[in-house]
Design a protein around this ligand. Structure first.
Ligand code: SF4
Length: 278
């Protein structure tokens, strides 16, 4: 069984340049104060792997999902996945699958099975992770199941900063291990930091950039694309606050690049601000 958070059939923001289906796996051991998916931190919605795979295939290939028959027999209608892949001749619009959460690596078996399914459907694969399960990350990369990793760093990789940013002790060392695994693996990856007014500070971001540059030098074959600074905005149900301005975000990005003597590309991203007019 898989503890499922939900499925977004099509997203163009989780993996820029791709039309991705995003599967959210429920459960996360961290407690970030500005969690982007608080309702997925805990709880249980157990579903069979078959029902998820059926949904994925139907979304990607436009085939009917497996469902309980309305007929008298009540038999479960099943799709043979190999057969489904064979039969679908049109080029699918969705070309990638992203596993997100919660923390997807908390359910490593589900990750393995979903990525294998994606491979069978010829979809590119990506994992969004906080890096708190380095063993799981290493195992997925060793199996060649992940094309791209989005590694979320919450702050500088030292304590007590990390505990403050995640609400849990002893996480910095685990995330540092995950970062090193990405550098060593040869897989494409990007490091993401969501910047809120109080965390990470400009000093902590500079510290993250220094760590990344050191590893870049240590593992010259790495496939890190860039460090992405995302503007953190109030989540639903959270007290309002003024986000760090795009100008300040840009200034922080340039400081990080300068500190790394131009050897690290730093990008910024901010959600569009919508002003409603009557
Ligand atoms: S790691 Fe992600 S899902 Fe987990 S608490 Fe932090 S923001 Fe929320």
């Amino acid at each position: 069984m898989v503890n499922l958070g939900g499925i977004v059939p099509l997203s163009t923001v989780d993996w820029l340049g791709r039309a991705a289906m995003v599967v959210f796996l429920r459960g996360c051991p961290l407690r970030c104060p500005h969690c982007h998916n608080r309702m997925l931190q805990t709880g249980e919605r157990l579903v069979t792997f078959h029902s998820i795979s059926s949904r994925v295939v139907s979304e990607v290939k436009g085939l009917p999902a497996a469902s309980r028959s309305g007929g008298k027999s009540g038999h479960l209608l099943q799709i043979d996945l190999d057969d489904a892949s064979e039969r679908a001749s049109s080029k699918p619009f969705v070309d990638a699958i992203v596993l997100s959460g919660g923390e997807p690596l908390q359910q490593i078996e589900a990750c393995i099975r979903l990525f294998r399914l994606a491979r069978g459907l010829k979809l590119a694969t990506a994992l969004e992770t906080s890096g708190c399960f380095p063993e799981g990350l290493e195992s997925l990369l060793a199996k060649g199941l992940v094309d791209r990793v989005f590694l979320d760093l919450k702050t500088a990789l030292s304590e007590p900063d990390y505990e403050r940013a995640t609400g849990r002790p002893g996480i910095a060392a685990r995330v540092a291990e995950s970062l090193e695994i990405c550098f060593k693996s040869g897989a494409a990856f990007e490091v993401r930091c969501t910047v809120f007014p109080e965390n990470p500070t400009a000093r902590q971001l500079a510290n993250i950039a220094e760590t990344i540059c050191r590893m870049k030098a240590q593992y010259p074959e790495n496939r890190l694309d860039y460090l992405l600074l995302q503007q953190g905005t109030p989540r639903e149900g959270e007290a309002r606050f003024e986000p760090v301005s795009v100008q300040d975000l840009d200034k922080m990005a340039r400081t990080c690049e300068t500190g790394c003597k131009g050897k690290l590309q730093v990008r910024i991203r901010a959600p569009p601000r919508i002003a409603w007019k009557n």
